[in-house]
Design a protein around this ligand. Structure first.
Ligand SMILES: [Zn+2]
Length: 349
C-alpha cells in the first residue's frame, strides 16, 4: 500500500506523536468515529510516523522505514483488515495460535523479536467484527502487549465490544471532515464537482463512504429512488433498472453483486426516510443530508405514519437480504410498499 495523509485528523495524530516523543504513548488505542471518515487511514499514518527514522512525527517518506512501509515490506506492522481480506468476521486464528488463518496471528507477531528494532504496530480494522472467541483472545493480548508496541483498534461501533476490551484502550475520537474536504477527495479520485458535492452531502462528509457511493453510482440510485417516491416511476419497473446500474461493487459472483447493490440501495432508502422523519419532527431541510430532494418528496414528511410504514418495509427488506432472499423479489416488494405508503401522503395531483 502507499502512504496517504488522511484529511482533517491532524490534531489527534499530532497529539499521539507528541505523547510518543514524551514516552507516554498508551500501548492500546481505540480509534472511534463514524463509518468511512478515515480512521483506518489515520491509524496507518500515525503508525508510519512512529516507525519513521525521523519520527515520531509526520512520516518523511524518504527514510528506509517509510519506503519499506510504502512498499508493503515493513516487518513490524501487523494488520487485520476484514474488508481487504473479504471476510465478514475476524476469526480466532488471526488473533491467537489456533486454527491457521492466512496472514498469521497477532500473538505470533508479538512474540517475535522486532524486525526493525524500533516500534511495533498493530491495526485491527473493524474490530467489532471479531468473534467472541477472538475478542477474548485479544483481551489477553491487551493485558500484556509487550514493550515498544502500539495496538490500534479501529471501530465505528465501540459499544459492540466487550467492556473489558474498551477499558484497556485509550479512546481517540475522530470527527467527519468539512464537506469541502470530502468533496475534494472525490474530485481527486476523478469525479466531477457536482457529483462530489452532492454525495459528500448525502454521506455527511465521510470520505471513505463517499468514495464507495460514488463508485457504485449513488447519484443514479438516488434519482431512481426519487422517482419511486414521487410516483413518477412504477416500483416494479424500478427494480430491473436498479440492478442494471453500472458501477463498482467489488469482487464477487453476479448474485453476490446483485445482493450488494440491493443492500446499498435499501440503506440509501433508509437514510432518506430517516431524513423525512427528522423533517417531520421539525428539522430544517438545509441541515439534512437529503434535504436537497424535490419538494414533492420532502412533502411526504407531513405524513409521519406513511414514513414509518415505509421504514418498516425497508427494515424487513434488509433482514430478508441478510437471510439471502433473491434481491429482485426483495426490492420489488419493498419498493411497492414504499411507493404505496408515500402515495397516500401526496396531495392529490
Ligand atoms: Zn521516514
Amino acid at each position: 500500500m502507499g502512504l496517504e495523509r488522511p484529511e482533517g485528523h491532524d490534531l489527534q495524530i499530532e497529539g499521539l506523536w507528541s505523547a510518543a516523543r514524551d514516552e507516554r504513548l498508551p500501548h492500546a488505542l481505540m480509534f472511534t468515529g463514524a463509518d468511512g471518515i478515515g480512521k483506518h487511514m489515520a491509524a496507518r499514518w500515525f503508525l508510519a510516523g512512529l516507525f519513521c527514522e525521523r519520527g515520531p512525527g509526520p512520516p518523511c517518506g524518504e527514510c528506509g522505514a517509510c519506503r519499506r512501509l510504502a512498499a508493503g515490506s515493513f516487518g513490524d506492522l501487523f494488520v487485520v483488515d476484514p474488508e481487504e481480506e473479504g471476510g465478514d468476521r475476524i476469526k480466532i486464528g488471526r488473533i491467537a495460535r489456533r486454527e491457521q488463518e492466512d496472514g498469521g496471528c497477532l500473538e505470533e507477531f508479538l512474540s517475535l523479536r522486532p524486525a526493525e528494532g524500533g516500534w511495533r504496530g498493530v491495526i485491527l480494522r473493524d474490530v467489532e467484527l471479531a468473534t467472541r472467541e477472538a475478542e477474548n483472545a485479544l483481551l489477553k493480548t491487551l493485558e500484556e502487549p509487550g514493550d515498544s508496541c502500539c495496538i490500534v483498534l479501529v471501530t465505528a461501533h465501540p459499544s459492540r465490544l466487550l467492556d473489558t476490551v474498551r477499558s484497556r484502550c485509550v479512546q481517540v475520537g475522530f470527527e467527519s471532515p468539512e464537506r469541502e474536504t470530502c468533496a475534494g477527495v472525490l474530485m481527486d479520485a476523478g469525479f466531477d464537482a457536482e457529483t462530489s458535492g452532492r454525495i459528500s452531502r448525502w454521506v455527511s462528509s465521510a470520505p471513505g463512504r463517499a468514495l464507495r457511493w460514488a463508485r457504485r453510482s449513488a447519484v443514479a440510485e438516488r434519482r431512481l429512488l426519487t422517482e419511486v417516491l414521487s410516483g413518477d416511476l412504477d416500483a416494479l419497473a424500478a427494480t430491473p433498472q436498479i440492478l442494471a446500474l453500472e458501477g463498482e461493487l467489488g469482487e464477487g459472483t453476479p448474485a453476490a453483486l446483485a445482493r450488494r447493490r440491493a443492500v446499498g440501495f435499501i440503506d440509501l432508502c433508509v437514510d432518506v426516510l430517516r431524513d423525512l422523519a427528522r423533517l417531520g419532527a421539525g428539522a430544517l431541510a438545509e441541515e439534512l443530508p437529503h434535504g436537497d430532494l424535490p419538494q414533492q418528496v420532502l412533502g411526504c414528511a407531513n405524513a409521519p405514519s406513511a414514513v414509518r410504514r415505509g421504514a418498516e418495509s425497508l427494515w424487513r427488506a434488509r433482514r430478508e437480504l441478510d437471510s439471502n432472499l433473491a434481491p429482485e423479489a426483495v426490492l420489488d416488494r419493498a419498493l411497492s410498499e414504499l411507493q404505496a405508503a408515500m402515495a397516500a401522503s401526496h396531495p392529490a395531483r
